[in-house]
Design a protein around this ligand. Structure first.
Ligand SMILES: [Zn+2]
Length: 117
């Protein structure tokens, strides 16, 4: 997976050059001439807030430049997501089953109203 510019989506070879620890230079995109990914310097909370605000740049940063096979164990993430999905599915079934049992019980125990004109 290549890194991409968060503004136009074109591929970038490197997002920054590190001269010394804490001293980096962000690269500009050759296509749109803007800084390719300024979210590199941002805290994760800023990225999260921009994602809540539905900024496409934040999503591009997360999908193209942050989540990579080298940095994230995709296989482990897949299995954890699958287990979490199954757990949520069981919870939904338990809730629906409880609602169904409660509804049937209230129907069975409610007094029968007979219409007699
Ligand atoms: Zn660009």
């Amino acid at each position: 997976m290549d890194t991409r510019c968060v503004h136009c989506g074109s591929q970038i070879k490197v997002l920054f050059i590190q001269y010394s620890p804490g001293n980096i230079r962000l690269m500009t995109c050759e296509h749109c001439k803007a800084v390719a990914d300024e979210y590199i310097e941002c805290e994760i909370l800023i990225i999260f807030i921009d994602m809540i605000l539905h900024k496409p740049d934040a999503y591009r940063h997360l999908l193209y430049n942050m989540v990579r096979e080298e940095t994230v164990n995709l296989k482990g993430l897949f299995w954890k997501s699958a287990l979490f999905y199954l757990l949520l599915d069981v919870c939904i079934l338990e809730i629906l089953d409880g609602i169904l049992v409660q509804t049937l019980w209230s129907l069975l125990t409610s007094p029968c109203i007979v219409y007699n004109p």
